[in-house]
Design a binder for this molecule. Structure first.
Ligand code: ARG
Ligand code: GLU
Length: 689
């Protein structure tokens, strides 16, 4: 009996999956992880995930636009991504009369699908290790600048060769591990992508910026598009003659649902992480960068929110802008807290002490000290640069002035720029932001780091308010008619405008006083990080390393699991329609659900309708819209967020608390049918259960 129990325990220990689900792995190297994935429940092979010889799951995953992921779900180009990824396109089709943001949009047939200028989706054709070719001609005696130019020239030759002759091909060479390795990525880019469906924001953005980055979550964060191609199935500019794209592979959909412990796998394009950073780099983020940027954005958000609450027209104009300002603002708060709570800076310092001891007498000796002093030199300049990007660069009128100048010779482009700017411009917001930001700039940035221009203006006007009053009174850019009447000959007038003068003065300050130091330091930091990265790999021989995210396609696998955000609190991993009804409040914009949803719920039988779920996949910004796949390779959800307490996973992944948030695919199907009345779309999908 005892022996049997012991055997059972040994057996259980062997099948018990490893808990740590950290890592975003390269699909082309997935054979190195597949045994671990299978041990954790995955039932497909490495070739099923990524193959250059046969259709594989990678052929159903796309980079959506320039910063999201999407997945193909039918043989006729149907694509799912997040509502927040389609947001700006939905917004562009919206007006007070046709408010698709507010009311949703559903094409009832192909003819009603809406084209989106500028929107592309990129399919990965292949990726391959090109390190040797990229470094051909490099020798270790070269400077970093010389090495850069070798890398650039070789990369250009590789991408040119990779795209020669193919329609719509784009290639890039990406550095991994700070340039210890290089990979070539070849994409096929489709540029006729049409909007098929989007739920009303009260579903697609339910909970708004209040629930963003939070659990329990009830956001129906999806939108539906269709990829079109020329008759030859190749990429083509928008044309009525284009036909739905026939993908090599599309996802089958599982409606079997998820429960705690189920294997999950996210296939997508995380944007940027720095998991191997040294302590000073992290300290800068949590003690300087995050808190100061948060404070600056709070000022802007307060102004924007005040006016959005006062007018529906302003709400439409600023909803997309506000969402993007608020998104990073909230993420940084969680990140700084998470770094502090996990004592990451000290944990890293401790690691560095052990590394230094090990590195004595090797080529890595002195490296950590060098990085330390580089960060100390760079950081004050970098903070000033971040002030620039979060203040002067966010004043809408100034950036507009600069694009008018750039388009002065081209009347059509000038008219387009002006139209889209004024459509979404509300002067009081911009003016109040100007005042708040220029005040904060002087108060918070050390004087030696302020531009002379700024100091002169503040001295001359006495206050940011007086400066703003004068600038907004004199600038021509506030007046649409004056801007539309500009001709190429008006260049002198444009140049003399106070808005452009300010734009240029801040840019020159950045360009002359900050950028050279930052670039010089960054180049040395990158070089030192390259060695430090290799050093860490040599120091920890048994650890499996994965490259930091850089918007290239990755695989992250884990399982469905809740978490304990605080002492005495546990979050279950699944949310339901019942929770939406509990949050429903017609008086709060973010929680005011469509009447239709209330009615459906009142009919009964929908209490347990699943909405979102949590899992342990290591994801990051850019993974939005990524397919969440079950052990059999079928689609069970769409990734759209992480939990706030775990956003430090871009720097350090804590398996106890880092969770990605996904939309349950069954809620998407529910919305298509019950809210959109568009269940005709089911005909082209494949359901496995
Ligand atoms: N936090 C998610 C992401 O980083 C969703 C953002 C969009 N939603 C919003 N309320 N701003 O992209
Ligand atoms: N919502 C994020 C995005 O736009 C994904 C969430 C995250 O950062 O994990 O990519």
């Amino acid at each position: 009996m005892k022996r049997n129990l012991l055997l059972l325990l040994v057996f259980l220990a062997a099948i018990q999956p490893l808990r740590a689900d950290e890592g975003m792995w390269l699909p082309a190297l997935i054979s190195q992880r597949i045994a671990d994935m299978q041990a954790k429940g995955f039932r497909l092979s490495a070739e099923d995930v990524y193959s250059v010889n046969q259709a594989s799951l990678k052929d159903a995953v796309v980079l959506f636009g320039s910063g999201c992921t999407g997945e193909l779900v039918s043989d006729e180009g149907l694509l799912f991504t997040n509502h927040h990824c389609g947001y700006s396109y939905i917004q562009r089709h919206s007006s007070v009369e046709h408010d698709y943001l507010k009311d949703g949009f559903w094409a009832m047939n192909r003819g009603e699908e809406l084209p989106n200028r500028g929107l592309t989706v990129s399919f990965l054709d292949r990726m391959e290790d090109v390190t040797d070719a990229v470094l051909k001609g490099y020798d270790t005696s070269m400077t970093e600048a010389q090495r850069d130019s070798v890398v650039r020239v070789n990369s250009r030759a590789l991408t040119a060769a990779a795209t020669a002759g193919g329609k719509g091909l784009r290639a890039s060479v990406e550095a991994l591990y700070y340039g210890n390795q290089y990979f070539l990525f070849v994409f096929k880019v489709y540029r006729d992508v049409r909007l098929v469906g989007a739920p009303p924001s009260s579903i697609g953005k339910f909970g708004g910026d209040t629930d963003n980055w939070m659990w329990p979550r009830h956001t129906g964060d999806f939108s539906i598009f269709r990829v079109y191609a020329g008759k030859d199935n190749e990429p083509a500019d928008y044309s009525e003659d284009n036909v739905p794209y026939r993908p090599k592979k599309s996802f089958k959909i599982s409606r079997a649902g998820v429960k705690e412990g189920d294997f999950t796998f996210v296939y997508g394009c995380p944007g940027s992480t720095k998991e191997y950073a040294m302590s000073e780099d992290v300290r800068y983020v949590s003690e300087f960068s995050d808190p100061q940027k948060i404070a600056l954005r709070t000022l802007r958000l307060d102004n924007i929110k005040k006016y959005m609450d006062m007018s529906q027209a302003v709400r439409i104009q600023y909803s997309s802008k506000a969402a993007s300002v608020s998104n990073a603002w909230k993420k940084w708060q969680g990140e700084a807290k998470g770094i502090e709570k996990n004592d990451v800076v000290n944990v890293k310092r401790d690691y560095e002490r052990r590394f230094k001891a090990w590195a004595k007498g090797t080529r890595y000796e002195g490296l950590v000290e060098r990085l330390d002093s580089l960060f100390n030199r760079r950081n004050p300049y970098y903070l000033a640069y971040e002030y620039y990007t979060e203040t002067a660069r966010t004043i809408e009128l100034l950036s507009f002035a600069s694009s008018v100048r750039n388009n002065l010779e081209n009347p059509q482009a000038l008219a387009n720029t002006a139209e889209s700017f004024y459509k979404d411009y509300f002067r009081p917001i911009d003016e109040e932001n100007f005042v708040a930001l220029m005040d904060a700039f002087g108060k918070n940035l050390p004087e030696d780091f302020q531009p002379a221009y700024y100091k002169e203006k503040m001295a001359a006007y006495g206050s940011a308010q007086a400066w703003a009053d004068d600038l907004f009174a004199r600038t021509l850019f506030i007046d649409k008619d004056k801007v539309l009447a500009l001709k190429a000959e008006d260049s002198d007038k444009v140049e003399a405008d106070p808005a452009l003068e300010m734009y240029d003065a801040f840019y020159d300050w950045y360009n002359e006083d900050l950028r050279p130091v930052i670039n010089e330091c960054n180049s040395e930091i990158n070089l030192a990080y390259r060695d430090y990265m290799q050093g860490q790999m040599d120091f920890e021989k048994d650890k499996a390393f994965y490259p930091d995210a850089n918007l290239t396609l990755r695989v992250a696998y884990g399982h469905v699991e809740g978490y304990a955000p605080a002492d005495g609190v546990y979050y279950y991993p699944v949310s339901t329609l019942k929770g939406i009804i509990e949050k429903d409040d017609p008086n709060i914009f973010d929680y005011d659900i469509p009447q239709r949803l209330r009615d459906i719920y009142a009919e009964g039988g929908h209490e347990d309708q699943p909405v979102c779920f949590l899992a342990t996949n290591h994801t990051s910004g850019g993974n939005s819209g990524s397919p969440v796949i079950n052990a059999d390779g079928n689609l069970i959800g769409i990734n759209f967020d992480r939990v706030w307490e775990g956003t430090m996973s871009d720097i350090v992944f804590d398996p106890e608390i880092c969770r990605n948030i996904s939309l349950d695919i069954r809620y998407l199907l529910f919305c298509i049918e019950q809210i959109g009345g568009a269940s005709y779309l089911f005909d082209e999908m494949t359901f496995v259960d």
